[in-house]
Design a protein around this ligand. Structure first.
Ligand code: ZN
Length: 362
């Protein structure tokens, strides 16, 4: 829901008319109030600056998505931290000192407190060059928070924390990592009619190729996802490749692998799609593949085929030992067929419930 003051403020004002736009709309920004921290949708197009009054605490503020005025990043020296080491661009790597926050089940409030502390420290640094290591910490923490919000299906907070992180990030490679996530989040809303224009707006802000494989791969995955959502799977495949070995590096590799599967499915190439999904599942793990595929609604037919293959293999595993030990007798066979049928029925019901959005656990 769009909230805020009804009073126009110069060229910018908070919209309160109905109907409220979705979180994927290109006509709104998702803003975390700099005073109370509440996320809210505010009228304004990316990347325009914004003047608003918080709908919750009344705090007046001017917000900008920031940027970088430096030369093309490819010509810039790679940034180093305080200890002289090159800073990371791979979101799979936990920054030193933040290991405790990378564990599962860590309270989101702990991650949020650290994020706020780093953001405050960065805001006191008035001009470039700022501390690249602190920016890396902020980007990693912002991405962690965004993922937690996504799991909770709080897309407004997910988008707002990514935008808040972008506001305080100046280094082009880090901005690109955030812009790729914002673009994929927007493109994931394409089925509702929104999202494509916003996804493109985010990509338009990304720096041209940085020469850093982890960063450029992340942006390529965002462009390919937009291609697919626009109905051009061939373009996505041309960008990401269709060989068994993916050219994409870094944290976006699992997304890229699933986008390749999705593109092949849409081109009617079911067998190669299934083959790539099996390779991706072996490489990234079932849980990660399922999580990312569900998040972006990818590879549905190949995943269903993989589940059917798993059920068949399980049924065979149940039958074979008994057949080997006891031989095939009609009463044994009848029992096994009944047991397999019951198992398949239970798994079928579970899959149906999960497809309906129900959470099923054992
Ligand atoms: Zn507020």
């Amino acid at each position: 829901m769009l909230r805020g003051s009804c009073a126009p403020r110069g060229p910018y004002h908070v919209v309160s008319r109905m109907p409220a736009p979705s979180v994927h709309s290109p006509d709104v920004r998702a803003v975390e109030c700099e005073s109370c921290g509440r996320a809210q949708l505010v009228a304004g197009r990316v990347p325009e600056a914004l003047s608003l009054t918080c709908a919750y605490c009344g705090h007046e503020q001017v917000r900008s998505l920031g940027g970088s005025d430096g030369p093309p990043y490819r010509t810039a020296p790679r940034p180093r931290g305080a200890n002289g080491r090159l800073v990371s661009f791979d979101l799979r790597e936990t920054p030193p000192g933040l290991e405790a926050l990378a564990r599962r089940r860590v309270p989101i409030a702990d991650t949020r407190a650290r994020f706020d502390a780093v953001r405050t420290a960065l805001s006191t640094m008035s001009s470039a060059p700022r501390d690249p290591e602190a920016e890396w910490h902020l980007v990693w923490l912002g991405s962690m928070l965004a993922a937690r919000h996504h799991i909770a299906r709080d897309l407004l907070s997910e988008r707002a924390v990514l935008e808040a992180t972008l506001e305080r990030t100046t280094l082009p490679p880090y901005r690109n990592l955030l812009l790729a996530r914002l673009s994929r989040l927007a493109a994931s809303g394409a089925s509702s009619g929104d999202g494509l224009a916003l996804a493109q707006a985010w990509l338009d802000l990304a720096a041209p190729h940085t020469g850093i494989a982890e960063v450029d791969g992340d942006v390529d995955a965002a462009i390919a996802y937009l291609d697919i959502q626009r109905g051009d799977p061939q373009a996505a495949l041309a960008r990401l490749g269709q060989e068994e070995a993916s050219p994409i590096r870094g944290s976006a590799r699992v997304v890229a692998d699933l986008l390749r599967v999705e593109a092949l499915e849409r081109l009617g190439r079911a067998l190669p799609a299934y083959g790539l999904l099996r390779i991706a599942t072996r490489g990234h793990g079932q849980a990660v593949v399922t999580s990312i595929a569900t998040r972006y609604a990818l590879a549905r037919r190949s995943r269903a085929r993989l589940v059917r293959a798993g059920i068949g293999a399980l049924a065979l595993l149940l039958v074979l030992p008994v057949v080997v030990v006891f031989g095939i007798e009609s009463d044994h066979l009848a029992f096994l067929v009944s047991a397999d049928a019951a198992l398949i029925a239970v798994l079928g019901i579970v899959l149906w419930l999960r497809r309906k959005g129900r959470r099923v656990t054992f």
